[in-house]
Design a binder for this molecule. Structure first.
Ligand SMILES: [Mn+2]
Length: 336
């Protein structure tokens, strides 16, 4: 049976607001009451540098922070495990996916988001790194020394967008030129996720053998449904379609891992903040439901008990990853 490993990634340097780093603690508590979780603890970004301005804001923290995330995931034993990464802003997906590519070089990534997150440092108008992780995954370090540790690349044909509707002009060109599969919020409402996902997975992975990573940004939902996130966008896809997308991915049997990002408990009223968290949880439960069924079946096999909070264990394996990157050994590999 697959176990769920939870990695807390309280990272907020990819955007300007505080609060998004508090999400791992909240979700850890909520999820461990309903799922059997192996808790890997939180990553610590305090040694990754100081906040700074520049073409990429907080560039060093974003670069070295993602090196830390990648190393933590690459060195984790993921055999028979589902990895749940809880951010944090979406900037963490550079590290999570880079780490996963170490285990599965042919990984397919389903990016569920209102945005493209594929700006280059030069095309970005804000300088916020959470709008750039995909450009580093696809293009490598782009001459930035804090990203010189990047080794793996995500092939554009293995990336699938679901739900975007707020892209910069240059992002549109990048997506078009790279031939990345793109299903907007409008497409989802028109055709439904089931037919789109089937088509997309067949194109990205014709043999149907690759593992799938789900990178879920809560801002994919309509702005009226998610008060507690930093960059809300109108004209979102129907809630039911996005929730269905999560369970369909689980049903493939190939979903290996998931990022849950951009929930900011400091935004919205007490009530609307809670609604955002509940919606993110509902999505996560849907993505994990195929695993939960197995837990239920197993408990029935072994004892005539219903699964309730009294027999769900939260196994805590706190690990403290140390940042052991220094820039020097990698500097020469970064083509400036
Ligand atoms: Mn995003």
């Amino acid at each position: 049976m697959k176990q769920i490993k939870l990695l807390g990634i309280p990272f907020s340097a990819g955007q300007p607001l505080s609060g998004v780093d508090q999400a791992p603690e909240i979700f850890r508590k909520e999820l461990s009451s309903s799922h059997e979780i192996v808790d890997l603890g939180d990553l610590d970004f305090s040694l990754c540098g100081e906040r700074s301005t520049g073409i990429i804001k907080n560039e060093r923290i974003c670069g070295l922070g993602n090196a830390l995330i990648s190393e933590a995931i690459a060195s984790e034993n993921l055999t028979d495990s589902f990895l749940l990464n809880i951010g944090g802003d979406h900037g963490i997906a550079l590290g999570t996916i880079h780490g996963l590519l170490h285990h599965h070089p042919d990984l397919v990534v389903v990016w569920v988001d209102a945005h493209g997150d594929i700006n280059t440092p030069h095309s970005s108008t804000s300088g916020n790194f959470h709008g750039m992780p995909l450009s580093f995954l696809i293009n490598g370090c782009q001459g930035r020394e804090d990203f010189a540790w990047l080794r793996k690349r995500l092939a554009p044909e293995r990336l699938i967008y679901m739900g975007p509707r707020d892209l910069d002009q240059e992002e549109k060109s990048i997506i078009e030129e790279s031939g990345i599969q793109y299903y907007s919020s409008e497409d989802i409402n028109k055709y439904g996720v089931e037919v789109l996902l089937k088509h997309a997975l067949r194109a990205a992975d014709p043999l149907g053998k690759s593992r799938i990573h789900l990178s879920f940004d809560v801002d994919v939902f309509d702005e009226t449904d998610v008060a507690a996130t930093g960059t809300r966008v109108k004209d979102g896809p129907r809630k039911s379609e996005i929730l269905k997308l999560a369970s369909l991915l689980g049903d493939t049997g190939r979903l290996q891992s998931m990022d849950l990002v951009e929930v900011n408990p400091e935004l919205g009223s007490t009530e609307t903040m809670k609604e955002t968290i509940d919606l993110a949880l509902e999505f996560t439960h849907s993505a994990l439901s195929h695993l939960l069924v197995k837990v239920l079946q197993k408990s029935r096999d072994t004892a005539p008990l219903f699964l309730d909070s009294s027999n769900v264990q939260c196994q805590v394996q706190k690990k403290y990853y140390q940042l052991h990157y220094s820039l020097e050994p990698f500097g020469h590999l970064c083509h400036l």
